[in-house]
Design a binder for this molecule. Structure first.
Ligand SMILES: [Ca+2]
Length: 333
């Protein structure tokens, strides 16, 4: 209420001041990007009805972070082998912590599982890989990460520009202090590390307290992950992937275009090259993990759904394997 009054007061003040605030006058670093900022501001004001002064004020507060750009090009997905990547995420401590977390939050997790049909251990595995079960939600100001990437990323500035716009909209609509929101170097937020667009479009206010809180509210966090997966096409009670054995002569062939990828394969082709012939229904993918060590799996629709959260084949496989270990409930000693 007070915030609304304040907003109205600011709006009135702005209308009667009659002067359009000059954006770059107190942030010379941004001057070079005045065209882009003008465009972002215009979308916020005209498409999303964000207050003019608010949009200017937030955009003016962006501080560039070179570290953000460096981190983008050094992401572990881009460099590690499967064995190295797996060893980072499927560790004794992460598996044991996941089993404990799953038991501790059993009641809420089961409620969400029953409502959405997403296995609770899959929800917990996402949290385990993303933020070590909500413990490390990121220490970088989201505004600065997204501002840097939106204006300076060499290839993906269009994507990050959209995320910056959604971020500002999120803070405006929910009365969140944009100076106080921290996330990953790429602008992912909260325990499940949602980008602003997903936060706005797929976040769920499950406990109906008027806001989607992905930092602190377990109901909102679990329901938002479940909702995300359902909306991306998760198939209830179906497998994520299977172990398969490919006949020796075909093992080299499947890796002829390299590894670290997930590629579609038809049933007829599959029947020709695998040893065991009984197949599940639905689309299938060869998950090519390591050419050197001939590591591969057979993926189903749900594997691709996990990849919609993060397009890395390795990422989707560690989420899948961590969820299995949590479901088994065998702590590692
Ligand atoms: Ca809520």
């Amino acid at each position: 209420m007070i915030q609304n009054l304040l907003k109205n007061f600011i709006l009135l003040f702005f209308i009667f001041s009659l002067a359009e605030p000059v954006l770059s006058n107190n942030n010379p670093v941004l001057a070079k990007y005045s065209k882009e900022i003008k465009e972002i501001k215009s979308i916020l004001i005209n498409k999303y009805n964000v207050d003019h002064k608010y949009a200017s004020e937030v955009l003016n507060s962006i501080k560039f972070r070179q570290k953000t750009l460096d981190s983008m090009s050094n992401a572990v997905e881009r460099k590690a082998t499967w064995e190295r990547y797996r060893s980072i995420f499927i560790t004794k401590s992460r598996v044991n912590a996941g089993i404990k977390y799953h038991k501790k939050n059993h009641k809420i997790l089961k409620e969400i599982e029953n409502k959405y049909g997403i296995p609770s251990e899959v929800i917990v595995a996402f949290l385990g890989v993303e933020t070590n079960y909500g413990k490390g939600t990121g220490k970088v100001k989201v505004l600065d990460s997204l501002g840097t990437l939106a204006l300076k990323h060499p290839r993906r500035s269009k994507f990050f520009k959209a995320q910056l716009i959604y971020f500002i909209l999120l803070t405006y609509d929910n009365n969140l202090n944009y100076q106080n929101l921290y996330g990953s170097y790429a602008g992912a937020m909260g325990a499940p590390q949602f980008m602003p667009e997903s936060y706005i479009k797929l976040g769920v206010d499950y406990n109906e307290d008027g806001k989607v809180d992905l930092w602190n509210d377990k109901y909102d966090i679990y329901a938002s992950i479940a909702n995300y997966l359902i909306r991306k096409g998760w198939q209830k009670s179906r497998n994520i992937y299977s172990n398969i054995k490919i006949k020796g002569s075909y093992e080299d062939e499947i890796f002829k275009n390299g590894d670290v990828k997930t590629v579609p394969i038809t049933d007829s082709k599959l029947k020709k090259i695998i040893i065991k012939k009984e197949l599940e229904t639905g689309k299938k993918y060869l998950i090519l993990l390591s050419k050197k060590n001939k590591k591969y799996k057979l993926g189903y629709k749900n594997f691709k759904v996990i990849m919609s959260y993060n397009p890395s084949t390795f990422y989707a496989m560690v989420v899948s394997q961590l969820s299995e270990r949590i479901a088994e409930e065998n702590e590692i000693f």
